[in-house]
Design a protein around this ligand. Sequence first.
Ligand code: CA
Length: 231
Amino acid sequence: MEDNTTVLIVEDDKYIMSLITMYLKDEGYKTLAATTGKEAISLFYANNPDIILLDLGLPDIDGMEVVMQIREKSNNPIIVVSAREEESEKIRILDLGADDYMTKPFHIGELLARIRVAQRKLNSMVSPSNTEIFNCDYLTVDFDKGLVFVDDTEVHLTPMEYKLLRLLIANRGKVLTHNYILKQIWGYGETGDAKSLRVFMASLRRKIERDTANPRFILTQVGIGYRFVEK
Ligand code: CA
């Protein structure tokens, strides 16, 4: 059914690896298997998988390092799977650009659901509406190349800021609620963290707005969410 979507599974536990591989193949996904971080990175470069399912605790390099290296090249969805449960680590890995986080042990049904969410994100990333150049006043976004310019000067956004901007622009003119944004960007809603969203939004504004006190592009709808101006 999910033709040709390739999932790179990074997992050093052979039992979990074969279990996940079996279920994903059952659902029609193509799979690639890496048992170390270095192998994951080289398979990523060689095969450009669509979705990365990443165990944080690997025998060689830390999973965080794998996220950083992949994010230098790609915005493809990364779902982190980990036995660690510290909240600060979860936030850090999401800040680094991972899309989602699951704690072991998990149900295979939940894993498959999260992969479907990642797939929708992937589809919206490659949809024609995103392969264009957006321009509004002094802001230009080249979605094809993933570049952002303010007053013709390139500004560097983190993967998360770029995702936020892309989501806002794709829905320009519409008010997006906090929960909707959390769900689209991180893959979950009600339980999401509106405070960290505010932090990301503030840093995005500092990068693209001339006057953050009077934003030209991203408007706050108090108590509801955000809206990107129509023009
Ligand atoms: Ca492990």
